[in-house]
Design a protein around this ligand. Structure first.
Ligand code: 3H9
Length: 698
């Protein structure tokens, strides 16, 4: 459909409608359409007031992100908004659905603002590595004060229409949902009151700025972990309280263009488009998903209870099966606790929680109660034998067409499927813990999985508010397979002289939510131990074994849950402090391995960790376990605490240069060519002068 801006008059009201599905983004056609419409309004003697409105779902979702990084085309958005604001006749913005980024800035260029119930208004630019660049940082503080403006601009989180009314961002909430009718009525009432044009640029500077700017700056410096845009946005807001409106706009432009040029902007835009691209799979583009209303969950441990919580929170009926009534009671209590947490966070009302616990959730000990389920998710103990037993049982009870999913983190889904007479209905759904919170879902497609089962898994993820990524079958799928590789690189560095504390610090400084040894302590050292045991049979004589990790495990130091792992945890403390005893155990392990410890710079730590991650990522793409490099990126952004502003490991590699990553791997191979062998795909891309993004068909 063609983008357009239409102009019509209703009585003495000019109605300017932005129409550019799906989000009415402010592409060049829309900007020039708005400019033409307001040029016409100025000379239109039949109209005394104008209303800007959006066709379809919302007013405007922002600037057109697909134009970023391309040469700018006039008219620029700041100029169009100035033109609207400078209208001598009043202008009303009628907001429904959403007004985001440049969309809200257009509304701030108008003289009056009304919003429909259910509207969200926000300046989410920092989430894309930029900041409002069309007057938002100058008009917002003048309208609502510096504190509220900084909150909205630096968090990027939208507010409701009620919050907007309270802060003075909008003038009125309209009754009913027909925004066009309400806007015309409102405009007519303004006309009868002789309401004047009322530009925000004419308002005095914010008066609440004393100390507020410094407070925000200090708070953000503590919390940002390397992200730059919110701090630059604070500078722009500071300009709004120190400079004239015209000078402030100039400063905003300068800072906006600076952010547009940063790698963080490139990383965050890559993340934005990639998280949408993961669901676009040719194999399911024309395939209708099966209906899912009733879900069965087998196993009520942390994972099963988390999956059940996620399902009931999103409107699905769940029957959870456990071994005996003690276990069902425990599962029910865990789910109730999860729901309580949702009530506390304001995500759920207390009555809704009660209704879920009585109507939507059934906890039983009898598999027979699953017979009417559309989808079963098995979340029992991670053992092939146990899982096979469960699947054989499910195959007997459930009618053909019901989907049988396993929530395994690494087991062979093809092998599990062989225990049933309908491998086409079998799929892996790898949830991440806590499943009611984490957004990632790896959809593990086995050799015989039917396309409509894959489509259903993606539809289910949408229902659960999760981001699904397609993965092929291998040990660990996309995420855990790559994790196992870079975790080994970290263990090698410990054996060679780096402390786990230095490694964690170097990686959190790089932007990771946690370093590998903090992750171990959170997950439990028993998990890593079990993985090493499982893989022991496939060990190669040249593999280097992290004996220090086994030593901690045998001491019963399992991490946060025992108050002691790599770190020591005082009662109730989750941060932990370094432990000299652990360092002694590591020193002993080095001695036994015959390595003489050396020092590592933080830079080398990051380079080795990232080279291992990218190298295995390249193998995972080459083998078709991940469809594209962007799928690897999304897995790491949503499941492994990778800094979003770096775009994901593969995007990071592209931005650093694949030749630089390959050169590192070759250097590391000089002392250990067993672990460090370059992935063929990486070598090929470097030889051809290409990057990972050239493989990203979106
Ligand atoms: C800005 O405004 C800068 C200014 O301050 C200064 C300028 C000088 N542009 O997300 P969905 C596409 S920065 C282009 O699935 P939903 C999206 O890729 C901008 N395309 O829908 C997808 O395409 P496809 C500030 C866009 O209902 C399709 O639309 N604004 C844009 O789940 C549907 O999107 C933002 O940061 C765009 N601005 O969510 C808001 N937005 O179908 C960014 C979307 O081919 N957008 N598309 O995959 C969003 O957060 C969500 O899209 C929104 C709707 C909440 C609006």
């Amino acid at each position: 459909m063609m983008a357009s801006v239409s102009y019509e008059t209703v009585g003495r009201v000019a109605v300017v409608t932005v129409d550019n599905p799906p989000v009415n983004a402010l592409s060049r056609v829309i900007r020039s359409g708005l400019s033409d419409a307001f040029g016409r309004f100025q000379t239109d003697e039949s109209a005394d007031i104008a209303v800007i409105i959006g066709a379809g779902r919302m007013l405007i979702g922002g600037a057109d992100i697909s134009e970023f990084g391309k040469p700018p085309q006039s008219p620029s958005l700041p100029d169009v908004i100035l033109q609207i604001e400078q209208s001598a006749k009043p202008v009303v913005a009628a907001i429904h659905g959403m007004a985001l980024g440049g969309g809200l800035e257009v509304a701030l260029g108008a003289h009056y603002r009304i919003a429909a119930p259910g509207t969200r208004l926000g300046l989410p630019e920092v989430k894309l590595g930029i900041m409002p660049g069309a007057g938002g940082t100058q008009r917002m503080p003048r309208l609502v004060g510096a504190d509220t403006a900084l909150k909205m601009i630096t968090s990027g989180t939208p507010v409701t229409e009620a919050e907007a009314l309270q802060s003075g961002l909008i003038d009125q909430i309209c009754e009913g949902v027909d925004i066009r009718e309400a806007a015309i009525d409102y405009a007519q009432s303004l006309l009868s009151d002789n309401a004047p044009a009322r530009p925000i640029s004419g308002l005095p500077r914010a008066t609440d700025s004393e100390g507020v700017i410094q407070q925000w700056r200090a708070k953000l410096q503590k919390s940002l972990r390397g992200e730059v845009a919110p701090l630059v946005a604070v500078d722009a807001v500071e300009a709004s309280v120190q400079k004239s409106f015209a000078e402030g706009l100039k400063e905003e432009r300068r800072l906006f263009l600076h952010l547009m040029d940063t790698p963080q902007r490139a990383g965050l835009i890559h993340a934005f488009f990639s998280e949408r691209a993961v669901a676009k799979l040719p194999e399911i583009s024309d395939i209708a998903p099966r209906d899912i209303a009733r879900v069965g969950v087998i196993g009520g441990g942390t994972m099963g209870a988390g999956i059940a919580t996620s399902a009931v929170l999103n409107g699905l009926a769940v029957t959870l099966v456990e071994r005996d009534s003690e276990a069902t009671d425990k599962a029910r209590a865990t789910i109730a606790g999860n729901l309580d947490a949702a009530v506390k966070r304001g995500k759920l009302k207390a009555e809704q929680r009660d209704a879920i616990l009585t109507d939507a959730l059934k906890t039983v000990t009898d598999y027979g109660a699953l017979s009417g389920a559309d989808l079963i998710i098995e979340a029992v103990f991670e053992s092939m034998d146990v899982k096979k037993e469960v699947f054989a049982k499910l195959d007997e009870i459930l009618p053909r067409g019901a989907i049988l999913a396993t929530n395994t983190s690494y087991l062979d889904v093809n092998e599990i499927a062989t225990t049933t007479a309908r491998p086409e209905d079998v799929i892996g759904l790898h949830f991440f813990s806590p499943a009611q919170v984490m957004k990632l879902l790896e959809v593990v497609v086995a050799d015989k999985t039917a396309p409509d089962v894959v489509a259903t898994a993606f539809a289910l993820a949408k229902t659960l508010g999760k981001t699904a990524v397609r993965a092929g079958v291998c040990d660990g799928f996309i995420g855990n397979r790559i994790l196992s590789h870079y975790r080994t690189a970290a263990d090698h560095m410990v054996l060679d002289g780096a402390s786990p504390y230095q490694i964690d610090k170097a990686l959190t400084d790089f932007g990771f939510a946690m370093g590998p040894y903090q992750v171990s302590d959170l997950a439990g050292l028993d998990i890593g131990y079990a993985t090493r045991q499982r893989k022991a049979a496939d060990a190669h004589p040249r593999d280097r074994y992290p004996t220090f990790a086994d030593a901690l495990y045998h001491k019963g130091w399992l991490g946060q849950k025992t108050g002691h792992g790599y770190y020591l945890y005082e009662k109730g403390d989750r941060k932990g402090r370094p432990d000299p005893e652990v360092e002694q155990i590591i020193a002993q392990a080095r001695k036994e391995a015959g390595t003489s410890p050396r020092t590592f710079s933080d830079d080398e730590i990051v380079r080795r960790y990232m080279a291992a991650m990218v190298n295995e990522g390249a193998r995972v793409v080459d083998e078709g376990i991940a469809q594209r490099p962007l799928d690897v990126d999304v897995v790491f952004l949503y499941g492994y605490g990778f800094p979003r502003w770096r775009g994901g490991p593969m995007k990071y590699a592209d931005m650093r240069g694949l030749d630089s990553i390959l050169a590192d791997i070759r250097t590391f191979a000089e002392t250990d060519d067993h672990f460090w062998s370059p992935a063929p795909l990486l070598e090929k891309l470097v030889a051809e002068g290409r990057n990972f993004d050239s493989l990203n068909q979106r």
